[in-house]
Design a protein around this ligand. Structure first.
Ligand SMILES: Nc1ncnc2c1ncn2[C@@H]1O[C@H](COP(=O)(O)OP(=O)(O)OP(=O)(O)O)[C@@H](O)[C@H]1O
Length: 339
């Protein structure tokens, strides 16, 4: 089921939370709404669900204007971070709940068969008699997904479903959700403020700021070509160096580097940790090492460049670097934005 938002607006009292958002979600795609707290992600999701009215614009499910379709007739399944399971129902009863109250009547054996299928799908066979208090947080969210899938939704809406779980469990559930999505192909809208989660999971990422879409594209597109300093910074791991461009050359303190840009005057140079080369001596931007951080994937160095800007960059794990050392940085890749 394709979903289309056309100039959707939402105002709470006098505060406009969503400013004319237009978005196409193709049938079968998994799209992540990504943005900082308060950027309007949940409000957009709630309008798609029918839990909140749009004050302006239209939301289409396929060719049908969904504006006046009530929640229970929209064919959407939800999983929310705090959309708790019913504590006094077993796992199996929780999953069966939606089928029992649905307009589509199913016999008891039909419901039992479907519950078994879903338990297999979410890899929780054998836990059907447990109560939510007797399973882990990650397992509870898998039950919540099974419950959402039980009524064969045309659209799946997930609001920070793994938000309360620890990093390793989140990573596992992310992979698992992607596998389930690939198997079922349900159009899915996923809200998160976690960049890595959005980039790992989604076919397309929609980045929001203050109720507006600021960029959308595949994970590769938004990572390789962030269209603003905001997106560059929000996607994470961005270092910023202030510079001044004159005649195609950037002046960083006393150092001059080539700056192939049409910009002139004060600019910010943005770099990711893999975008610079470090050498103990030679040409380049002088930098003083403040700390060396050893991580499972390699070494990260925190250094100060001229003018006092702190910068983080990666070096090979075997590279000899120590605090206080002065070396030179050369820029391999960067993005330049007006300051
Ligand atoms: N019912 C409401 N009444 C008044 N203001 C609201 C209401 N719901 C949301 N808002 C405001 O609308 C803005 C967008 O909120 P929303 O929950 O959509 O953001 P979000 O991007 O999902 O944030 P978070 O990541 O913190 O959940 C916020 O400034 C919020 O305070």
């Amino acid at each position: 089921m394709k979903i289309r938002l056309d100039q959707v607006v939402k105002t709470f009292d006098t505060f406009r939370a969503v400013h004319g958002v237009s978005l196409d979600i193709e049938s079968g795609q998994l799209v992540a709404l990504l943005g900082p707290s308060g950027s309007g992600k949940t409000t957009i999701l709630r309008m798609v669900a029918g839990l909140e009215y749009a004050d302006g614009g239209h939301i289409y499910f396929g060719d049908q204007d969904a504006t006046d379709i009530p929640v229970r007739d929209r064919g959407v399944g939800f999983v929310f971070q705090h959309y708790a399971l019913f504590p006094h129902m077993t796992v199996a009863e929780n999953i069966a709940f939606g089928m029992k109250v649905s307009k589509t009547k199913r016999s008891k054996p039909e419901i039992a068969t479907r519950v078994d299928e879903l338990l297999r799908l979410v890899k929780l066979e054998g836990l059907d008699d447990r109560f939510p208090g007797q399973i882990s947080g990650g397992q509870r969210q898998r039950v919540a997904l099974a419950r959402a899938l039980a009524v064969d939704p045309k659209v799946l809406l997930l609001d920070e479903p793994f938000g309360a779980l620890d990093a390793n469990v989140r990573r596992d559930l992310r992979r698992w959700l992607r596998e389930i999505h690939d198997e079922l192909g349900i159009t899915t809208l996923f809200v998160t403020h976690d960049q890595e989660e959005a980039l790992d999971l989604a076919d397309r990422v929609v980045i929001l700021d203050q109720g507006r879409i600021v960029q959308e594209g595949t994970p590769a597109e938004v990572c390789r070509a962030p269209n603003s300093a905001f997106v560059m910074q929000f996607l994470g791991d961005a270092n910023r160096i202030s510079a001044t461009v004159r005649d195609g050359q950037a002046y960083i303190g006393e150092t001059v580097v080539d700056a192939p840009t049409s910009l002139d005057g004060p600019i910010d140079i943005y770099l990711r940790p893999g975008d610079v080369d470090w050498r103990p001596e030679g040409d380049g931007i002088p930098a003083t090492v403040i700390r060396v951080l050893d991580r499972p994937g390699g070494r990260r160095v925190l250094a100060n460049v001229e003018g006092g800007t702190a910068l983080e960059f990666d070096v090979a794990p075997e590279m000899a670097v120590r605090s206080g050392q002065v070396g030179k940085l050369s820029i391999k890749r960067s993005r330049l934005y007006p300051a």
